[in-house]
Design a protein around this ligand. Sequence first.
Ligand code: SF4
Ligand code: SF4
Length: 290
Amino acid sequence: MKEILVLSGKGGTGKTSVTGSLATLMGKKVLADCDVDAADLHLILAPSTREENEFWCGVEAEIDAEKCTACGTCVDLCRFDALELQEKARLKPFSCEGCGVCSQFCPEEAISLQDKLSGHWYISDTDYGTMVHARLGTGEENSGKLVSMVKRKAREVAEAERVDWILVDGPPGIGCPTIASLSGTDFVLLITEPTKSGLHDLERVADLARHFKIPCGVCINKWDLHPVTSDLITRTCAERGIRLAGRIPFDAAVSASIVMGLPLLAYKPESPAATAVQDVWLHLQEMISG
Ligand code: SF4
Ligand code: SF4
């Protein structure tokens, strides 16, 4: 079983669209959407929820209004400005960092730290295989931990279902969620677009993959919008020893497929972009086996 992680240096490069199309081409697989801050793979794979689970992570203050005498000590001490005093002390929404200082210094022992419900994760059925995905709660910041949870569950399901592949739609950027998504991955497919900033973002995420010694390949999406920059990206990749998995042309069928809620390969398999994605998949297999 091999795990392919699809990454991009930033959002909006077509990463999820490519992932959704690859999902239609791969054999037995489990899908994982690790873009937990802005999950959208479900928009084109139409999962039907089989299992919904709570994601508890961290703690936050809870005030017992019966015990609170409104002395204001906690409000003065909270350096995150998470408390306010009305008739009683009150927690502001999405502000508590769970540091526990208020709880320690409340003279009435009116504050306790309680486990926090930070989101949900799901196991769902799609036409293309089982999918593990998640939704982080509003204002929550534990996306790295939720990414690790999604990946762990995807591997458990993959082992139970004895599939050949795990296909992961990763988070954008190079922060904590991306680092979490790289853990244990066999191959990273980097999606970029032909702009100078796209190249810059690509180099940053390629450096991250190299740091963790994970082989990677590059796919230039909408390459024909700026062929000169696409050539620059190709040369830069060659200089860095990064193989090119393929180039996908701009194709109006891509956005039409998203509007229809379908992977491109299911919507218009003969379109130029769909043909290019099929080539990417062939190259990917060669890269991974080679
Ligand atoms: S420190 Fe305790 S008693 Fe004082 S305002 Fe805060 S919760 Fe109420
Ligand atoms: S736990 Fe820390 S962050 Fe949360 S309200 Fe108390 S002092 Fe503020």
